[in-house]
Design a protein around this ligand. Structure first.
Ligand SMILES: Nc1nc2c(ncn2[C@@H]2O[C@H](COP(=O)(O)OP(=O)(O)OP(=O)(O)O)[C@@H](O)[C@H]2O)c(=O)[nH]1
Ligand SMILES: [Mg+2]
Length: 709
């Protein structure tokens, strides 16, 4: 349709992602339906949970029921729609979020599969930003797990309508009511049960619908439970609509339609969080889930607009679209995944990237289902699309039209919690390393690169060890670059605590021909601002050091300060006053004064009580109450200082400071201390003096390192 001039030729499913993504175009997804869905007939749903709960499998079953695929793929066999990348297939886990599409009863359900591994929650944050509803999958054999607990916090912060799908009801040990009770205990949420499982484990056969309650067909052993749960559901639904509550008081009953209305309202306001049971791999309870999405979840057309979301969710309104993910590919160029919030985004058009304040030409755009792309001329409000080969747009950017600027709120991505030094495994690969790292961090903004000037290490930071390992493997697959990692060195600094007055630096060489001569006198004192490296005061009067040599003196001092005096770390926070000196009309030179300056500063530092400083970080740790003691004890052993504590629900938020040298493996330590239920963020605070015995060790280490070089 894009290439040909005949508008009535339907767009062809195409496979542009040859190469890394190994695309096989699937049959399915009727193109008209993808084009024709109105905003009010779209449902955008993120599927989230702790690792392994069955998110990808659930999406697979939804796609089968919707007719997108005609055979149920599986994560275990490596042929699911959502986990299509080669490393996802190898690891049998979701790494990147992907969009999958199912048609159901005249609706288009866009599903975003998200990774369950906490190290990959960047994509989870992106997914939550672009949907109107969330399915939280819970493993019926374990109940709520640590990852889900953390995701729940984000869902609540964003007030996203959500529902619990208690999965794996067919598995040995499955217990629906127990799983629901962990939701109550751990998440402190009161789910409204809308379907009950009939049977469990190998006897799990179907689900019983409590909304459209059918007295006749209740299995005998469920009668009591079903009636009780139906009453609770009716009450919960009634509470969410004034007319319903009146009717409920009069009749003591509501119809299925009325309950649905109450649930719709309650979902939107967050008052009702439905719970459903099922089995993804047995495809039980999944149709019922799809019916529920269509009948009770909000469409993108009915979002409540507040000041932040001042867009009109209508295809004819001015355009606003949010980029929520980019995928780098060495063969086909970058893919940019976007969600249209208002208006219509057309391919082959000039758009404005309002976040970057630049215009960008959009070429081909497509709908996406797993790895399959289907060309489309436009994507309308409420829907998802992907643009090919854009260079400018990054995750979190807004597209709008050139004349109608709109800026959508960006994406609140998690900050890196771990850093490692990285180097190429083969000599000479340095440039290749830095370009491929660059590409990887464009694809994933939670993966960051920096070079530490002090330790001269190239550092990569991410959300955990697994995150960094996955990216290193991808770099090897995509760009053929093999890497090694090392523990990051701590960027210590040196400074002085005392002063040194009247220190001489002198170079005098007379060996036959022309000699070398320069002499300087300096004072040295500390300045309190240790972020400022150096202040040079020139107090020379009467030309004892000629003007033209003064820059050389300063350079000599500066060079020595970068190399340090105690342990090879740079000196910070010094004021050096040059007040006197001597020169020789023939033997003086820039070189001579540089060396004199260097000697003066070295001697001055040695007499002015040099000390070592280390970087100290602010750290904010959130843990469930029961882990408080262990976490505090551990912080103590890490030279941490508690600054504050706050109770938030059943959790403690601890504010502390601790030296970076003690925190390099904190993400791993906290995980094992709290069974993965704790989380933290850290941020640079200041440089502080290192305690003596530790300083001695740093100095000794640096000496032995220098000797071995
Ligand atoms: N018995 C049973 N096994 C299931 C069910 N759903 C998923 N599984 C299995 O559970 C494992 C994990 O399934 P996935 O769909 O990959 O889970 P996920 O939540 O997407 O996992 P991550 O993407 O790694 O977070 C696989 O071995 C599935 O076959 C179910 O309903 N019953
Ligand atoms: Mg998955």
């Amino acid at each position: 349709m894009l290439e040909s001039a005949q508008p009535d030729v339907p767009p062809k499913a195409m496979s542009i992602l040859e190469g890394y993504w190994k695309v096989n175009t699937r049959e399915g997804l009727s193109e008209e339906i993808m084009q024709e869905y109105k905003t009010e007939n779209i449902r955008n749903v993120a599927v989230v949970a702790h690792s392994n709960a069955g998110k990808t499998s659930l999406i697979e079953a939804i796609l089968l029921n919707g007719g997108t695929i005609d055979r149920l793929g599986s994560v275990d066999e490596g042929n699911s729609v959502a986990d299509y990348a080669t490393d996802e297939i190898d690891r049998k886990m979701t790494i990147n979020c992907s969009i999958c599409v199912a048609e159901w009863k005249g609706h288009k359900i866009n599903l975003i599969d998200t990774p369950g591994a906490e190290d990959l929650y960047g994509d989870l944050a992106s997914a939550l930003r672009v949907v109107e509803a969330v399915i939280i999958v819970i493993d019926a054999t374990t109940g709520v797990e640590a990852g889900t607990e953390k995701i729940w916090e984000s869902i609540q912060r964003q007030k996203l309508p959500s529902l619990f799908f208690v999965n794996k009801m067919d598995k040995e040990g499955a217990d629906f009511k127990n799983a629901v009770s962990t939701v109550e205990d751990v998440l402190e949420a009161r789910p409204a049960i809308i379907q009950l499982p009939i049977g469990a484990e190998s006897n799990f056969s179907s689900v019983f619908d409590l909304i459209h309650f059918d007295d006749e067909n209740i299995p005998e052993d469920l009668i009591e439970e079903a009636q009780e749960d139906r009453e609770m559901l009716t009450e919960a639904a009634a509470e969410n609509d004034e007319e319903l509550i009146e009717k409920f008081f009069e009749d003591g009953e509501l119809t299925g339609e009325e309950i649905e209305l109450g649930i719709r309202n309650g979902l939107k306001s967050g008052e009702i969080i439905p719970a459903i049971s099922g089995s993804a791999t047995q495809n039980i309870g999944v149709e019922e889930l799809m019916n529920f999405l269509v009948s009770c979840c909000s469409s993108p057309a009915s979002v409540d607009l507040d000041e932040e979301n001042a867009f009109e969710p209508d295809p004819s309104a001015p355009l606003s679209a949010l980029v929520f993910k980019t995928l780098a590919d060495p063969f086909s160029g970058r893919l940019t995944l976007f969600r249209v919030f208002s208006g219509t985004l057309s391919g082959d058009s000039q758009l404005r990237n309002s976040t970057k304040s630049e215009n960008e030409r959009i070429g081909k755009i497509s709908f996406m289902n797993g790895k399959e792309l289907t060309n489309t001329p436009q994507v309308a409000a409420g829907d998802f699309g992907v643009a090919i080969k854009l260079n400018l747009a990054e995750t979190g950017d807004t597209f709008c039209t050139v004349d109608d600027p709109i800026q959508l709120p960006g994406i609140d991505l998690p900050n890196p919690v771990i850093s490692l030094a990285v180097l190429p495994a083969r000599d000479g690969d340095d440039e290749k390393l830095s370009t491929s790292l660059q590409r990887m961090s464009e694809e994933d903004p939670t993966f960051q690169i920096s070079r530490n000037e002090i330790t001269r290490q190239l550092l990569v930071s991410g959300l955990g060890e697994l995150h960094i390992t996955i990216i290193r493997n991808r770099m090897q697959d995509k760009f053929g670059i093999e890497t090694l990692t090392e523990a990051p060195k701590i960027p210590y600094r040196e400074t002085v605590r005392g002063r040194a007055n009247n220190v001489r630096g002198r170079l005098k060489k007379q060996s036959g021909g022309r000699g070398q001569f320069g002499e300087v006198w300096i004072h040295l004192e500390p300045i309190s601002d240790s972020e400022e490296m150096f202040e040079f005061v020139d107090n020379i009067v009467g030309g004892s050091v000629p003007r033209n040599y003064i820059p050389a003196v300063e350079k000599g001092i500066r060079d020595t300060m970068t190399k340090g005096v105690l342990a090879g770390y740079p000196l910070y926070g010094l004021r050096v006053t040059l007040y006197d000196g001597k020169h020789h009309p023939v033997d003086s030179s820039d070189m001579a004064f540089q060396l004199a300056g260097s000697q003066a500063i070295r001697d001055a530092v040695e007499t002015a009580k040099p000390i070592l400083l280390e970087p100290v970080y602010n750290i904010s740790i959130t843990v469930p109450d029961q882990y408080m003691g262990d976490v505090m004890g551990d912080l103590n052993s890490k030279r941490g200082r508690i600054v504050g504590m706050e109770q938030v629900g059943k959790r403690q938020v601890i504010q502390a400071t601790a030296p970076l040298s003690e925190l390099s493996r904190y993400s791993i330590d906290l995980k094992s201390l709290t069974s993965a239920r704790g989380s933290f963020t850290m941020e640079y605070d200041s440089y502080e003096q290192i305690p003596d015995e530790i300083a001695q060790k740093v100095i000794a280490d640096s000496k032995s390192e220098n000797e071995s070089e």
